[in-house]
Write a protein that binds this ligand. Structure first.
Ligand code: FPP
Length: 250
């Protein structure tokens, strides 16, 4: 079946968020080191970024490194940071040419300085691009993001810049890392785990969740199209009844 041809371009999720899981298991199944899996995972990153841009998705957020990932063995953390810097260095011109704009969410200051520098340059270089917004979640913890937002608002209330009764969801959202992005409408997690793992907890409130057993290094274009097609077959009700949704769609 031509999966790409079956996708309705007028009903795409504006924002797709992905938990790229299973690099380690993929490598282990092949008798290789975990880092080998991360290297192969980068090939999937490249393919999924290109496919997302081609199909017309406006925002793609990738969970590349969680705040909890700092607890992994130092050699693996170092390898991931190095892979990140090398990949950005290698891919940024191509991304720029393809009109992709790079964003970072997470505890940016906790990243090694060399990463910060490379990422800042890449962000600046692509700042005027108007195609796909590629958001990398790095040293990211959703709980930390929410707590920080609450703290920033508390400081503004204490200083009189904001009144407590003015705080609503719009103001709260403006203090999250994702202030400039729409909420994800589709969240994909690879590798057969059915968890959210501290990822975009606030933003995923109404997202459709899609889980696949495919390990991230095997997740390619067709797997993305399959997920998009599955998303398009779902009825998004936002708390309403099926009958109400069908009436508005007519
Ligand atoms: C999860 O697999 C994957 C990660 C923690 C890292 C994801 C990073 C990449 C795909 C490469 C770098 C990314 C960019 C954007 C250049 P896992 O190691 O938890 O797998 P396991 O659950 O099988 O152990």
């Amino acid at each position: 079946m031509d999966v790409l041809g079956s996708i309705d371009r007028s009903k795409l999720p504006a924002h797709v968020a992905i938990i790229m899981d299973g690099n380690g298991r993929w490598a282990k199944e092949r008798g290789q080191d975990r880092v080998y899996g991360h290297h192969e995972g980068v090939i999937s990153v490249r393919e999924i970024v290109n496919a997302s841009a081609e199909v017309g998705i406006k925002y793609l957020t990738l969970y590349a490194f969680s705040a909890e990932n700092w607890n992994r063995p130092k050699a693996e953390v170092d390898a991931l940071m190095e892979l990140l810097v090398n990949t950005i260095r290698k891919e940024i011109e191509e991304l720029d040419k393809n009109n992709v704009r790079l964003h970072i969410i997470g505890d940016f200051a906790s990243l090694p300085l060399v990463c910060q520098k490379e990422l800042n340059e890449a962000k600046e270089m692509t700042a005027d691009n108007t195609g796909l917004n590629l958001v990398l979640a790095l040293s990211y913890s959703s709980r930390q993001e929410i707590v920080e937002a609450a703290k920033k608002i508390a400081v503004k209330v204490a200083s009189g810049e904001l009144k407590a009764e003015e705080v609503d969801s719009k103001i709260f959202e403006a203090h999250l890392y994702t202030a400039d992005f729409p909420d994800p409408e589709l969240m994909i997690r690879t590798s057969g785990e059915y968890r959210i793992s501290n990822y975009l907890l606030y933003q995923l409130a109404y997202a459709e969740l899609y889980f696949t057993n495919v390990h991230w290094p095997d997740f390619r274009k067709d797997n993305l199209y399959e997920a998009l097609l599955n998303y398009q077959q779902r009825e998004r009700r936002f708390g309403k009844t099926s009958e109400q949704i069908q009436t508005t769609n007519q």
